[in-house]
Design a binder for this molecule. Structure first.
Ligand code: CLF
Ligand code: SF4
Length: 311
């Protein structure tokens, strides 16, 4: 579903999206749902790394805990829900414009119970904070009602393909109902669950963004179809994230400027395109790309350099 006339030049569509708030209620209050440059820098987010496990295996992802690497799936720390609540309390004293608490990994927030428990406790104590989650969507149909009940209002689902054949290359295996599912069957299950979860989330009133990792030679020709399909399911915005070549896709190149532009133009025919993404870590603190309170909050020397998380 496009809010723009289909004849509009996609580059103009994207520029318009960058100057006009797409979500007036969130503009200036959520860095990733603010669509003006001014709005994006007003509010800070705290990512709580409470979710270590994942239930799917993306070919570009290798998760790890260490203090030096800045790359997909790495976090410097893992917090329990108790520690996450204490961290939020500290962050509210340290980060002046903290408005959003997000959980984006380092694994999948719905692969274990920690994220939902953390959200519920934070919502009970600080109902004024916007709660945000980013998931691969496999467990979304089962858990979206719990997320909404725990106070989550903004949702990101990483949808890299809506074609099971393509998805089988990106995510060759998943864990579903305690069994391993492979290849196209895995792709079909993941996509079906993502779309059903998005539709349910939209009906519950959540504001939904899609993250799509742009992978040259694998899904670069397919971004418009992804945007069209998720828009029909109820998503409101899309964030096309250039691949950081890692793990089994380390042999690929990062998408060029032209490739990124083409993919975003294809997506812009169907959805608002988010253009300020900083590919945040799962333990980032501050305004993405502008401020970093990691050292102040955790008292260590880790700097939150941009890297990939679900975002
Ligand atoms: Fe975090 Fe993601 Fe919520 Fe934002 S990040 S869970 S939606 S509060 Fe934002 Fe960072 Fe890009 Fe994500 S800039 S990676 S889009
Ligand atoms: Fe899991 Fe996210 Fe890594 Fe994919 S990118 S394997 S969903 S943690």
């Amino acid at each position: 579903m496009s809010e723009q006339p289909s004849s509009a030049c996609p580059a103009h569509v994207m520029r318009a999206a960058a100057t006009k708030p797409a979500f007036p209620d969130l503009e200036g209050k959520h860095p990733c749902f603010s669509t003006t440059a001014e709005g994006h820098v007003k509010a800070a987010r705290l990512h709580l790394p409470v979710s270590p496990a994942c239930n799917i295996a993306c070919a570009f992802c290798r998760r790890d805990f260490n203090r030096v690497e800045q790359r997909p799936g790495v976090a410097a720390r893992l917090l329990s829900p108790d520690e996450a609540v204490a961290t939020t309390e500290r962050a509210l004293r340290i980060v002046p414009n903290l408005a959003v608490v997000g959980i984006a990994g380092p694994g999948d927030p719905l692969a274990s119970d920690h994220a939902i428990e953390t959200f519920a406790r934070i919502n009970a104590r600080w109902p004024e904070l916007t709660l945000c989650v980013s998931t691969n969507g496999l467990m979304l149909p089962e858990r979206i009602d719990e997320l909404a009940a725990a106070g989550v209002t903004t949702l990101t689902v990483t949808v890299n393909s809506v074609d099971p054949k393509i998805q089988a290359v990106i995510t060759p295996k998943i864990a579903w109902k305690r069994k391993r599912v492979n290849d196209e069957e895995a792709g079909r299950r993941l996509i079906d669950n993502q779309l059903a979860g998005i539709a349910r989330a939209a009906s519950l009133g959540l504001t939904i963004k899609i993250n799509t990792v742009l992978i040259p030679s694998i899904n670069d020709h397919h971004i418009g179809e992804v945007a069209e399909t998720v828009a029909k399911a109820g998503a409101r915005m899309i964030n096309v994230i250039p691949l950081i070549p890692e793990h089994r896709l380390a042999h690929l190149k990062e998408p060029s400027f032209i490739e990124r532009h083409k993919a975003r133009a294809a997506a812009a025919k169907h959805l608002k395109v988010f253009t300020h993404c900083n590919r945040c870590r799962a333990d980032a603190v501050g305004v993405p790309g502008l401020t970093d309170f990691t050292r102040d909050l955790y008292g260590d020397d880790i700097r939150a350099e941009p890297t990939f998380s679900h975002g």
